[in-house]
Design a protein around this ligand. Structure first.
Ligand SMILES: [Zn+2]
Length: 465
């Protein structure tokens, strides 16, 4: 009988990896990296309980590193089959993996020089040289509609409205003439957002549903994001400070850019330089404009309105090299710096925070989910100091938590997405959430829908169908 093993994103928001075994074949859905506490990051260095050499297929829901960032290790460990994803996800994954490898190399070099790592000889999980072998295995699948990965596995993709290319996937498994329907929510985005289309619930009669639960226990704060952002930018600029936004160069960054550009055009904020500090120094706008099918109509109208690039502010700087990145330290007039990683677990944002966190004129905007055990969560929880490069840096800057900029559905949006399914799934497993979030969503679903719902447990194997 077909079965599924939770190799990640069970009891935590990162490390998404679900192994489907049916008809003598093995299919891995997503291959994410664990981020957060040392216990979680250490999992990245341990081999999987099932040998990747025996896997036949990999399929990706979207490009975020907690869904793709472990692919280089999977391939180093012997996986050599195809990695299916839609074209936008392939392009974004290539950028994110290269970025991530560069940042790990920079971090490791730093840690060795500074001798502040908890490891005697810090090693990066992978290097830039490990990325090409992954990219060579990537094969396109359609953005929407059906696709046969093999005679046993048929997928249909639906827009998840989370980042460019993000999908919810329906998988129909055929084994001994019997069909089993499994739905993977992937990461569910938000409704009525600018830029991306709304999430679509697959019209599937699911035997088994895996649903994410990142914000299963909370709603995003209310309030107009543009208005809030304008207030913060004006407040910080007036006192001569700068703003640091921890984020990878793709996804949330475009949302910030979009609002900043609008606010500049409406003269509600002054024009200040915005630095996107990433080794790839990419213009993600190019990618967004390449994959117009993901974009909503309102955004496309603005784009064609002749007012210039709606995803770029007027004073936009891309910084690629470490030297360029460091030179941002010399900018003493108000500016906005967008830099990875989003949960402040590594990357160049550490340098920017080391530089700017102790100055009360500055601000840090946290726009994304901050997992337990990360520096981002510590800042969110009001830490008075932050450990950076072996030093305790006082947190004097203003910390602004802006859930309005999250790329994830809040609790009621998750319930709205679930309510779109035509029938109750035979069994639902909640994944991609910390225990409190998953349990709160479980309770809400049992009360609202009376479905059979369980919280996924790490390394558990469950029957499908
Ligand atoms: Zn995601």
């Amino acid at each position: 009988m077909a079965k599924l093993t939770f190799l990640g994103a069970a009891g935590t928001v990162t490390g998404s990896k679900y192994l489907v075994e049916a008809a003598g074949k093995k299919l891995l859905l997503d291959c994410g990296i664990f981020q957060g506490s040392p216990e979680l990051s250490d999992r990245n260095y341990k081999p999987l309980p099932v040998d990747p050499k025996t896997f036949d297929y990999v399929v990706l829901t979207h490009a975020h590193l907690d869904h793709t960032g472990w692919l280089p290790v999977l391939v180093k460990d012997g996986y050599h089959g195809p990695i299916f994803a839609n074209p936008a996800t392939i392009d974004l994954t290539a950028l994110l993996l290269k970025d991530s490898a560069h940042l790990q190399e920079e971090d490791t070099l730093h840690a060795r020089k500074g001798k502040y790592s908890r490891h005697a000889n810090p090693e990066s999980l992978y290097t830039s040289a490990d990325i090409d072998p992954v990219l060579k295995l990537m094969k396109p699948m359609p953005r929407s509609g059906g696709f046969d990965v093999s005679p046993e596995f048929h997928f249909t993709s639906y827009d998840a409205g989370h980042i460019l290319g993000a999908s919810s996937l329906e998988l129909i498994i055929t084994e001994n003439g019997k069909k089993t329907v499994v739905v993977f929510s992937g990461d569910i985005g938000r409704y009525d957002e600018p830029i991306l289309k709304d999430p679509i619930t697959p019209p599937s009669k699911a035997d088994v549903l895996l649903c994410e639960s990142t914000y299963g226990d909370r709603e995003h704060a209310a309030g107009d994001p543009a208005e809030l952002l304008a207030t913060i930018v004006n407040r910080v600029v007036k006192r001569g400070g700068s703003i640091v936004i921890p984020a990878f160069a793709i996804g949330r960054t475009q949302m910030f850019m979009y609002y900043l550009r609008q606010l500049e055009d409406q003269q509600r904020i002054p024009r200040v330089p915005v630095y996107v500090d990433s080794p790839m120094a990419l213009s993600a706008t190019d990618l967004y404009l390449k994959y117009k099918e993901d974009l909503d109509l309102e955004f496309l109208r603005e784009d064609s309105g002749g007012k210039g690039d709606p995803l770029n502010v007027h004073e936009f700087h891309l910084t690629r090299s470490v030297e360029e990145s460091k030179s941002i330290n010399n900018v003493k007039t108000p500016c906005i710096i967008v830099s990875a990683s989003g949960m402040v677990s590594g990357g160049r944002v550490l340098h920017h925070l080391a530089q700017r966190l102790s100055d009360a004129r500055n601000a840090v905007i946290l726009g994304g989910f901050q997992a337990q055990g990360t520096r981002g969560r510590a800042l969110q929880d009001g830490a008075k100091t932050l450990s950076l490069f072996g030093q305790q840096v006082p947190v004097c800057a203003e910390i602004v938590d802006m859930g309005q900029f999250s790329a994830h559905a809040g609790k009621s949006e998750l319930l709205r997405w679930l309510a779109g399914l035509p029938t109750a799934p035979g069994q639902t497993y909640l994944t991609h959430g910390e225990p409190e979030a998953a349990q709160a969503l479980q309770a809400a679903m049992q009360e609202k829908f009376q479905w059979k719902v369980a919280v996924a447990r790490y390394l558990d194997t469950v029957p499908l169908g």
